[in-house]
Ligand binder design. Sequence first.
Ligand SMILES: CC(C)(COP(=O)(O)OP(=O)(O)OC[C@H]1O[C@@H](n2cnc3c(N)ncnc32)[C@H](O)[C@@H]1OP(=O)(O)O)[C@@H](O)C(=O)NCCC(=O)NCCS
Length: 237
Amino acid sequence: MGDVSGGTVTDGAALGRILPASVVAVEMFGDDPEEATVALMPEEAAHIAGAVQRRRREYACVRHCARKGLAALGLSPVPILSGSRREPLWPAGAVGSMTHCAGYRAAAVARASEVATVGIDAEPHEPLPDGVLSVISRNEERARLDELAAHDPATMWDRLLFSAKESVYKAWYPLARDWLGFEQASIELDPVRRRFSARLLVPGPELDGTRLDGFEGRWLVRDGLLLTAIAVPRAET
Ligand SMILES: CC(C)(COP(=O)(O)OP(=O)(O)OC[C@H]1O[C@@H](n2cnc3c(N)ncnc32)[C@H](O)[C@@H]1OP(=O)(O)O)[C@@H](O)C(=O)NCCC(=O)NCCS
């Protein structure tokens, strides 16, 4: 993959580091290339026609990344539309997740036979805006953030917690087909292994005959970005 007119498409140089080899990560840094916008498939173009330009571009670029990922899995290009809760509708045989924030768009896709669900999220590595933390966190999570910040004030732990929760929701939704509130999972961030675990505080969905009680994920801070990722492997048969 290579340069695309200003934005750089990579084979997941950053995101790929926090996902297993079974997941294909494709990301785009820099300005949105017009080329990706025109690469929208007709059904997608119709879906996003009424949106503002910024939204049309992120929508197009992230799908450009997703199609590159699907191609790497040997799947033909298809429109990636959205379901009733805005979840991406992946082609049969694939699972995946997408994210976009200023200067970054990424998709992670895998074979459904190998991976049950994926959740990825990117955020600017900046503190959360005032007032957000109390809305998205639980008491015990805020206590843990204070400890983390005391040891490492350079990492934006509040933003990391938020991103981990967004990844949890994106991984949860395709399995549960239901809402999950910020208070319905409790996250622990591991500053040494750069991993996180999410304990579900509501009954989890069943996966391969076992009830899921949480998710394990990884995180990375790089070039002013904070990335979180979850990939749940299928049970060995
Ligand atoms: C859905 C949500 C996670 C998306 O986050 P966002 O801030 O818009 O940011 P991102 O750019 O990282 O992600 C957007 C992408 O998420 C994906 N997405 C949206 N809804 C989704 C869902 N229900 N399931 C899976 N993926 C979803 C889409 O691909 C979307 O991009 P698109 O509209 O271009 O297709 C967020 O808006 C939200 O509703 N959060 C509340 C639920 C939550 O986080 N609970 C915490 C549980 S612990």
